[in-house]
Design a protein around this ligand. Structure first.
Ligand code: NOJ
Length: 509
């Protein structure tokens, strides 16, 4: 039988709004994704994950879904979706779509009915007085409750335009089972589950101190035990289809033991490894995360960036967007994670070494976090700026010339376009292509476990069968571990030395 495809896959996250705009309205779309599929096949990824493209008023970039079974006109049509999936499959790329079960848009037909007083049991409505029913805060800032004119309050853990479903109502279960089948029947290979540890809230919705309201294990808001039965049901649906259909959960928790519960053999196939994404540039932090991840015993994943966090070039560069240190570390981190057992999730634009855009003008910002925090928290627009494909001026081939993309692109990106990098063997894009190719060559011949080697201060060395990976997080060059040849390095090596902020793959027979 061999390994299912997702176990060692490289999955590329497409934030659809910002990937490629074929329609010429300044917003990325499914036809744009379809046009650029050959680029992704050439890059060497195995699968794409598309963020929500469903009907939505876009209060939260599409994570406010108004109709789970249709494409928003901004992104195209169901026919565009089908054509994109057919092309992806023809190129050998699997397709994962986002499913958003914790909440809907306030424009969803169910919530529109609830506003009129019909079917409120599909959401979480409570009586209150002038004050909300409890002290819960929205993840995006401000109270997690909004009051309707008739005096009832509804719960929204995110924006007020994202009312939370009531998963204690069987109708919600039936609806989502049907939505899963709808997309599985259209040929999707898997689902990314948004806020997978949400869904159930503790009975009685008890008040809880603010410091316990974050994504914590012991919180009445997140990670209730009942949620696992949902994923057992979903797993049965996935297993009833051919072709190793899978689910990867967005599970935020502060406990490895809690995370492991979602990954039991009859639940989710994978969850994002946010501990890896959050680790500082430190060999001890990396080693701890790797050991903890491997200890779970489930299919590991590795991720450095996504559409919700500051891009890792900038994180590793201590907040400076165009830091050469940040870029060097980003390249080294890629090589390190590609050497580890499991699958790797890339975020669009990281293959171009894109930094966070830190200077977007306030009037351009669209993330609800910015508005809900009254401008105090910049929000996530800085990692969502549309990709630069070609040319020397905005919109850099993202949209047709003369069309302004939905977020402005920096002038510095003229040097970072995919077209320019494709012809430069030293570019980050060329490095990503070589790294993914090297991984493909080795994949299948590598054991599922790693062995740590003794390493000098500041560095981390490990082996996986014939592959040795060495990464130097320290300030001084270190001598490479024994090898007969260098397979690939994130920066030039001199003699037998590994410079700071560099990683290398070595072969030893
Ligand atoms: C997680 C998504 O990645 C994020 O973009 C979104 O705002 C929240 N879930 C709410 O759906």
């Amino acid at each position: 039988m061999g390994n299912p495809w997702w176990r060692e896959a490289v999955v590329y996250e497409i934030y659809v709004r910002s990937f490629a705009d074929a329609s010429g309205d300044g917003v990325g779309d499914l036809a744009g994704v379809r046009q650029r599929l050959p680029y992704l096949a050439e890059l060497g990824v195995d699968a794409i994950w598309l963020t929500p493209f469903y009907r939505s008023p876009m209060a939260d970039g599409g994570y406010d879904v108004a109709d789970h079974r249709d494409v928003d006109p901004l992104f195209g049509t169901l026919d565009d979706f089908d054509a994109m999936v057919a092309d992806a499959h023809a190129l050998g790329l699997r397709v994962i779509v986002d499913i958003v079960p914790n909440h809907s848009s306030s424009a969803h037909a169910w919530f529109q009915a609830a506003r009129r007083g019909e079917g409120r049991e599909r959401y979480i409505f409570r009586d209150g007085g002038e004050l909300p029913p409890n002290d819960w805060q929205s993840v995006f800032g401000g109270p997690a409750w909004t009051r309707l004119p008739d005096g009832q309050w509804y719960l929204h853990l995110f924006d007020s335009a994202q009312p939370d479903f009531n998963w204690r109502n069987p109708e919600v279960h039936a609806e989502f089972l049907d939505v899963l089948r709808f997309w599985l029947d259209r040929g999707v290979d898997g689902f990314r589950i948004d806020v997978a540890m949400g869904l159930y809230k503790a009975e009685g919705l008890p008040d809880t101190p603010v410091e316990r309201q974050a994504f914590r294990t012991e919180s009445p808001i997140w990670g209730q035990p009942e949620v696992h039965e949902v994923y057992r049901q979903w797993r049965k649906v996935l297993d009833s289809y051919d072709g190793d259909r899978m689910a990867v959960g967005e599970v935020w928790t502060d406990s490895i033991e809690d995370l492991a519960l979602y990954l039991r053999p009859d639940e989710l196939h994978q969850s994002f490894n946010f501990a890896w994404m959050e680790a500082p540039w430190s060999p001890t932090a990396f080693r701890t995360v790797i050991d903890d991840t491997m200890a779970i015993g489930a299919s590991p994943t590795w991720v450095l960036s996504n559409h919700d966090v500051v891009r890792h070039v900038t994180r590793y560069g201590e907040g400076l967007p165009y830091s050469t240190t940040g870029l060097a570390r980003a390249r080294a981190a890629l090589l390190t994670m590609l050497a580890l057992p499991g699958s790797a999730y890339l975020y669009q634009g990281e293959e171009l070494g894109l930094p966070e855009v830190t200077d977007l003008p306030p009037e351009a910002r669209q993330d609800p976090i910015f508005a809900r925090s009254e401008g105090k928290v910049p929000g996530r627009d800085g990692c969502r700026v549309p990709l630069p494909w070609s040319g020397t001026a905005a919109p850099y081939g993202f949209s047709p010339a003369g069309v302004a993309p939905w977020l402005p692109q920096p002038i510095e990106w003229a040097a970072l376009t995919a077209g320019r990098q494709a012809s430069d063997p030293e570019s980050t894009l060329s490095f990503y292509r070589r790294a993914l190719q090297a991984r493909r060559v080795l994949r299948g011949s590598l054991p599922a476990r790693i062995t740590w080697l003794d390493s000098p201060e500041g560095a981390l060395f490990f082996t996986r069968g014939p592959l040795t990976c060495a990464v130097n997080c320290g300030f001084n060059p270190v001598r490479l571990p024994p090898h007969d040849r260098v397979l690939i390095a994130s920066a030039p090596l001199s003699d037998d030395m590994l410079p700071p902020d560099t990683a290398a793959w070595l072969h030893r027979s």
